[in-house]
Design a protein around this ligand. Sequence first.
Ligand SMILES: Nc1ncnc2c1ncn2[C@@H]1O[C@H](COP(=O)(O)OP(=O)(O)OP(=O)(O)O)[C@@H](O)[C@H]1O
Ligand SMILES: [Mg+2]
Length: 269
Amino acid sequence: MLLDVFLKRYDAHQKELDTLNYNLEERVRDEVNFNKSNQKKYEQQAKMAAMGEMMDAIAHQWKQPLNAVSMMSDMLVSDFKSGDVNQIYIDNLANDTQIQIQHMISTLNEFRNFFRPKEIKENFGIKRCIQSVMLLINDEFLHNNISINIISKRELLIYGIENEFKHLILNIINNAKDAFNERDIKKRDINIKFYKKNNSINLDIQDNAGGIPNNVINDIFKPEITTKKSDEGTGIGLYMSMQIAQKLGGSLSVKNINDGACFSLKIPL
Ligand SMILES: Nc1ncnc2c1ncn2[C@@H]1O[C@H](COP(=O)(O)OP(=O)(O)OP(=O)(O)O)[C@@H](O)[C@H]1O
Ligand SMILES: [Mg+2]
């Protein structure tokens, strides 16, 4: 009798346990499937975000050459009216336009590389790289009365992707240009120094445009931090620059010094 009761109870318990186990398996399966589909969703979101960033980056870097080409065509019209257009003028214009267009094409290629793992790293000279950036923006900076001074004499080599480094430089000096114009500064200087110190390579870019506003200075390397109107700035420039600095094995920092901002790139050797 007792055994019978015991067995019945045991059976009942076992059944309960079986259903519980079955439910558990089902719940685990559901949970795993849910996580899998979530993971896919996150991956997809990350991909979309990276693509969005790439679009922003290209739009950002194209703004300046597009402006330059637009300015050249305005100048052509007015110079033609005043009778200044001759063969030499046209040759120069064609040449200058080609430089800007080449810059746009190389920007596209660089950024395609930037978001793809396959990249060619090499040694390149900081000074030569900055000079080639200056060549691209020379006209616009002259037009804006800004003088860029490379103070360091000796070339220094760093290892990485040269074109990305050019963009870092371009982003920082374009920001200085914007600040000069916003604040209507009269004497406009950007001083660039690079040197080896304490086992690292340092590059300082200092302007006298009044400095970074206090309310953004702690966040300017984050995406979408900007003090500009929505059609004038997306807040992506310094974020991209920090990504580039990190890919070079270093980092960027900023301080307000004297009457302007000083951006420093530091790459430990
Ligand atoms: N040299 C500088 N002087 C003063 N403020 C600066 C300087 N450089 C950056 N800033 C400030 O930092 C903010 C962020 O700069 P960032 O380059 O990331 O974005 P942005 O210039 O506003 O927009 P984008 O670069 O996408 O066109 C700027 O809006 C500006 O307020
Ligand atoms: Mg910027």
